[in-house]
Design a protein around this ligand. Structure first.
Ligand SMILES: [Fe+2]
Ligand SMILES: [Fe+2]
Length: 520
């Protein structure tokens, strides 16, 4: 929705700051009945600031934040450095009530339209009665192939310190990695799912607050663009448990209002980034939470079920096919990058790869020439040769490598998959999880289960000639990507570096580098 439309809605309703997105209408209505008129004099500070690109990263940005209580006249004052703050953009309120704790969460989102490309902006988040504004700054993406830029990525971050009873994972590295990313000054960051594991916490709202509070020092200055992981299913929050994620982020539209944000795409320079939600196709039962099962009142009576496989009834796959088709036939696009959570290949006896992804999504990646896939879920770093098609004789759709050079890769031959799951989880993939002969590990089915009992994954091993590099030593890390648009008639490239650190260490050092290359 444009800010003009938001402003119009506010005028029409006559309620400042209460323009509510479709997925949260019902909870917002309840909210307006239960919440007292805010005490403007004692209004809280805006918190948990973070940015998101719109579908056009050169011209659109959304500023999002939260407040511990409803606030009055929320908005963003925007300007360019040296020119003062001019434009004021009203924010849209989105709320939800957590099924476990009954707490109501207030979030605010201002969509900034018609920004200039490759331009620095300064902004302040304000609402009536706030003791002081909270400020941030950002740079819009360059137009088309005009300029190179850097971006970064990791998954499975968690939070830097214990919350509540400590059922959710946390490490100091979940904090250190934010500073390490910020030092590289990327244009944007890709978060490959399993953000903070609020679904296993006794205090999910505090867990989210810790997550966004920890990331704010970077995410208020550059978009941190997420993909949904299995731990973003918070059963009881909305029909499938997605309402917390959907409320907290303001992501590009995908044309399916009830699943807004679950999958989306944006164009940054000549790169089309596509974020997808693999729980829709995965066999594994990854969103299950025994804590929520045992502690949400009415879990059984209301028929809550965290096993969401197939929930979009093909809507996501149809959108993905259309989006990949359009990118392939767009003369302005040189690269297609997919950001997702669960993996199509892994050599770790940890979660394992998932056959469902191979069945549903990999044929589309092949058909439409995806260049790069970044994922998480496995809590280590590993990357593949370019893969396309299926290994001869494979009974499990094992992807076939199309080259054996691990340092310079022509992605016209196939997609390179990267597992970057060392964001900060306190259970990194142990060295003992890797077979000496480098077997692939695949979930090919699940055992019996129901909403009250998690289905166990059935796994097998397979040859893994696709595995190009893996790090068995370093538990924590992220990747940076230096994109070079190249010259007309020559190559465009992305130089990738994996930075790693030990538990408890803020020193992230380069450990692996390679280059993706193709004619532009
Ligand atoms: Fe994870
Ligand atoms: Fe995961």
């Amino acid at each position: 929705m444009t800010s003009d439309k938001i402003a119009r809605r506010q005028v029409l309703r006559g309620i400042a700051g209460l323009a509510v997105a479709a997925p949260v209408l019902r909870s917002a209505r309840i909210a307006s009945e239960l919440v007292r008129t805010p005490d403007v004099a004692g209004a809280p500070l805006p918190e948990q600031l973070h940015l998101q690109f719109g579908s056009d990263a050169a011209h659109q940005m959304a500023v999002s934040w939260a407040a511990p209580a409803r606030v009055w006249r929320p908005g963003v004052r925007l300007g360019k450095p040296g020119y003062g703050l001019g434009l004021q953009v009203p924010a849209q309120e989105k709320v939800y009530t957590d099924a476990l704790t009954g707490q109501m969460v207030f979030t605010y989102h201002a969509e900034l339209p018609r920004l200039d490309a490759d331009t620095a902006y300064y902004y302040e988040v304000v609402h009536e009665g706030a003791p002081q504004p909270v400020a941030g700054s950002f740079r819009t993406a360059p137009e088309g192939r005009s300029k190179g830029f850097r971006f970064t990525s990791f998954g499975d971050q968690t939070i830097p310190a214990k919350v509540g009873l400590g059922f959710g994972p946390y490490t100091p590295n979940a904090g250190y990695i934010v500073d390490a990313v910020e030092r590289l000054d990327p244009l944007f960051h890709l978060l490959n799912g399993d953000l903070c594991y609020a679904n296993v916490s006794d205090l999910p709202i505090d867990t989210w607050s810790s997550f966004f509070g920890n990331n704010q020092r970077s995410a208020k200055n550059r978009p941190w663009m997420p993909a949904m992981g299995n731990h973003e299913t918070e059963v009881g929050n909305g029909p499938e448990g997605f309402l917390s994620y959907q409320t907290r982020f303001q992501l590009p539209d995908n044309g399916t209002p009830e699943f807004h944000g679950n999958w989306y795409a944006f164009t940054v320079g000549p790169i089309r980034v596509i974020s997808i939600h693999n729980d829709d196709v995965c066999l594994q039962d990854g969103g299950f939470s025994a804590y929520r099962r045992d502690n949400i009142s009415g879990y059984r009576a209301k028929g809550y079920d965290p096993y969401v496989r197939g929930y979009s009834r093909g809507a996501q796959k149809r959108w993905l096919k259309r989006t990949l088709h359009d990118a392939k036939h767009d003369d302005g696009i040189d690269w297609v990058i997919v950001c997702m959570h669960q993996v199509a290949m892994s050599t770790a006896h940890y979660n394992g790869a998932d056959l469902g992804i191979r069945q549903e999504f990999l044929p589309l990646f092949d058909t439409y020439g995806v260049d790069l896939v970044v994922a998480g879920h496995e809590h280590h770093f590993e990357r593949t040769f370019p893969v396309r098609g299926i290994l001869r004789g494979s009974s499990h759709l094992t992807p076939a490598p199309q080259a054996t050079d691990a340092s310079v890769i022509d992605t016209r031959k196939g997609a390179v998959h990267m597992i970057i799951g060392g964001g900060g989880h306190d259970a990194p993939t142990p060295g003992s999880a890797f077979d000496a002969k480098r077997d692939g590990v695949l979930i090919y089915d699940v055992g019996p289960g129901d909403p009250h009992h998690q289905r166990a994954s059935k796994k097998t091993t397979e040859p893994a000639p696709w595995s190009a590099y893996r790090d068995l030593q370093t538990p924590y890390g992220f990747a940076s990507f230096d994109f070079d648009p190249g010259q007309p008639g020559a190559d465009t490239s992305i130089t990738v570096t994996h930075y790693g650190a030990a538990l408890g260490s803020p020193a992230y050092t380069p450990l692996d580098t390679f280059t993706l290359r193709k004619p532009r």
